[in-house]
Design a protein around this ligand. Structure first.
Ligand code: PLP
Length: 398
């Protein structure tokens, strides 16, 4: 399907970026082009490709036909002109930051973001002359007042990891554009099926494809989507020169994942909603955070900005840190690990694992309380997920 005009999301997820009639073999499934390099027609052809006078494949560190299908498909699903597949979500975020903050400057970022991104912004990028100011993403005045002469772009996650904050993308994009700046949104938790930040005014969307895009917990990768001009600059400069290309095998696995994205996101969302409601009525639960519950602080905004509410649920267990540890030691079906977006249900207690090294103040700033449990609800039968949590709660009070 080379023309994407007029097709619905589900059709693009299956056909976007690939037309069997345009492939020399006619293969119905997207082929894996597991090759490092491509034969030139002759010396002049090679020279034209190197001079960027003609589009074509030179070397898989720059382009690859399987990766191109993934790039075009995610771009089409997000409503973007172009895409770029990277070796991880962090590689996508880093390349975006290095490109937009070329020569140094400041990033103005929501403080409710994935810990790895927080570290990149607060610890690694300052070594290269890029500093970050973190703001409460719901405080529009803080966004406005945080912009200085040095600001290069604005950055947010919605929902944030792990706090599940829903940020008003339209409002923050307006502030960015009033100041001639771009807004970058990490859409990993929602995927384009639940929300499309570019349609709300964002300029660039980044993904950890490792999560719901792949869905099967088998591959690490990332995708950036945005304007043709920006993505061309990224590909022919930072991407080519620093080498964060995705392997074609992983691109192929992500394409398999995308084919069922809408089906999975609906099941993740339905299951998570039921688990969240069940948790809200549980006597050992202090609070529940899920964008589809009326108790969520940005419930109205979530209704407006999202199609469904996703697979992520957070809750606070009564009994604090020790109860949290005991609960995750007691689950049987849920897997205790540091990932999200798998078809299987995953659980983690951030205070004793992913955020263990942070000081009390840093944890508070990032919204991580000692009793917070993060669940990535899978697509199993929801009764089995609830039964596992029930038996784990019972063991926690024993
Ligand atoms: N963005 C979000 C919201 C994440 O949760 C993660 C990883 O957990 C990343 C980016 C980084 O992605 P990756 O692990 O693929 O590098």
């Amino acid at each position: 399907m080379s023309s994407r005009e007029g097709y619905s999301f589900d059709t693009i997820a299956l056909h976007g970026g690939y037309d069997p009639k345009e492939d020399s073999s006619g293969a119905r499934a997207v082929p894996i082009h597991q090759t490092t390099s491509y034969v030139f027609d002759d010396a002049d052809h090679a020279a034209r490709l190197f001079a960027l006078e003609e589009a074509g494949n030179i070397y898989t560190r720059i382009t690859n036909p399987t990766n191109s299908v993934l790039e075009q498909r995610v771009a089409a699903l997000e409503g973007a002109e172009a895409g770029l597949a990277t070796s991880s979500g962090m590689a996508a975020i880093n390349l975006t930051a290095l490109t937009l903050a070329e020569g140094g400057g400041e990033i103005l970022s929501s403080k409710y973001i994935y810990g790895g991104t927080y570290n990149l912004f607060s610890t690694t990028l300052p070594k290269y002359g890029i500093e970050t100011k973190f703001v409460d993403p719901h405080d529009l005045t803080a966004w406005k007042e945080g912009i200085t002469e040095e600001t290069k772009f604005l950055y947010l996650e919605s929902p944030g990891n792990p706090t599940l904050d829903i940020v008003d993308i339209e409002a923050v994009a307006e502030i960015a554009h009033q100041n001639d700046l771009k807004l970058v949104v990490d859409n990993t938790f929602n995927t384009p099926y639940l929300s499309q930040p570019l349609k709300l005014g964002a300029d660039v969307v980044v993904h950890s494809a490792t999560k719901y895009i792949g869905g099967h917990g088998s591959s690490i990768g990332g995708v950036i989507v945005g304007s043709e001009e920006l993505l061309f600059e990224m590909r022919t400069e930072g991407y080519r020169d620093t080498g964060p290309a995705l392997s074609p095998m992983n691109a192929w696995l992500f394409i398999q994942g995308l084919e069922t994205l809408s089906l999975r996101m609906e099941r993740h969302s339905n299951n998570a909603f039921q688990v969240a409601q069940w948790l809200e009525s549980h006597s050992q639960v202090e609070w529940v955070r899920y964008p589809g519950l009326e108790s969520h602080p940005q419930y109205e905004l979530a209704q407006k900005q999202q199609k469904h509410f996703g697979g992520m649920v957070c809750f606070g267990i009564k009994g604090g840190f020790n109860a949290g540890k005991k609960l995750i030691n007691s689950v049987e079906l849920c897997s205790l690990l540091a990932n999200i977006g798998d078809t299987r249900t995953l659980i983690i207690h951030p205070a004793s694992t992913t955020h263990e090294q942070l000081s009390a103040q840093e944890k508070e700033d990032a919204g991580i309380s000692d009793n917070l449990i993060r669940l990535s609800i899978g697509i199993e039968n929801v009764d089995d997920i609830i039964a596992d949590l029930r038996q784990a709660f019972n063991k926690t009070v024993e």
